[in-house]
Design a protein around this ligand. Structure first.
Ligand code: BTN
Length: 267
């Protein structure tokens, strides 16, 4: 049997007791996907701050139907339910979560990381973490946003699935030390809470600025691929709504939306 040191959720709960938003943590030793569990919660429109965290996912998923490999006890795999008020800049939550992840990694193990638009955290050209943001609506009404976050924390090289071994890494490999998953989770949630509050009070410019300070490939030539086409140019910034701004070789500026993009890579 796979031995693992379970996440100390009581410790995390105690430390979070003083914060406003993370009022309910659901801990699962194994599940298909924490985002599926969150989606199935009854009265999802009234579950703000609920956090579903699992030691292992058997069907963890990423953007564009990618898999998220989630070996037991090695990483952090969790989904946070948010019930944002209407009209807030909810489309920027993925970018806010990215900023929170980089801050938390820096604060927990001193590792400087980069954000790769729209939803990845990288260190030295290898992926460390990903964010999957999903909206749950009834008709036109937004009921909840699910922010699913997967972080490779204490994976050894052999814990990374073969198909991602050459493009991914973990905090342990990158920082050369074992990382406390509890401290990392606490730091992510604290930073995420701050970033979310900024969005709510309309300070999305601050989030965009922080995101751009950590952006990979800014000012460089990239190729963005979607279902049918790909487009090349210089990554010149982000729109106020979080779209990637790309200037092509004819000097036309394109707004590229995360939902359309399969991949953005450096040329
Ligand atoms: C990506 O890189 O495309 C996003 C990966 C998101 C993975 C997390 S792990 C917790 C939550 N549950 C899932 O099934 N996916 C997200």
């Amino acid at each position: 049997m796979n031995q693992f040191a379970a996440l100390k959720t009581d410790y995390v709960r105690k430390k979070l007791a003083s914060t406003g938003i993370f009022n309910h943590i659901v801990y699962l030793e194994t599940t298909t996907s924490t985002s599926d569990v969150a989606r199935a919660l009854p009265c999802i429109q009234d579950k703000h701050g609920t956090l579903i965290v699992a030691e292992e996912q058997t069907a963890g998923r990423g953007r564009k139907k990618n898999r998220w490999f989630s070996p037991k006890g090695k990483g952090l795999y969790f989904t946070l339910v948010l019930n944002p008020p209407e009209m807030s800049n909810v489309q920027l939550i993925t970018l806010a979560a990215g900023v929170a992840l980089t801050e938390a990694m820096e604060n927990t193990c001193g590792l400087a990381t980069k954000l790769k638009w729209p939803n990845d955290v990288y260190v030295r050209d290898r992926k460390l973490a990903g964010i999957l943001t999903e909206a749950i609506s009834r008709g036109k009404k937004l009921l909840a946003i699910l922010v699913g976050i997967g972080i490779n924390v204490n994976h050894e090289k052999g814990d990374l699935a073969e198909e991602i071994r050459n493009v991914s890494t973990s905090l342990k490999i990158a920082a050369n030390k074992t990382v406390s998953r509890e401290e990392l989770l606490l730091n992510v949630l604290k930073s995420l809470d701050l970033a979310y509050r900024k969005l709510l009070r309309g300070s999305s410019g601050e989030i965009l600025k922080c995101w751009l300070e950590k952006a990979a490939y800014l000012g460089e030539r990239v190729v963005v691929t979607n279902e049918n086409t790909s487009i090349e140019g210089e990554f010149i910034g982000l729109s106020n709504e979080g779209a990637l701004l790309l200037r092509d070789y004819n000097n036309n500026v394109h707004e590229i939306w995360a939902a359309d993009v399969i991949r953005c890579r450096k040329l």
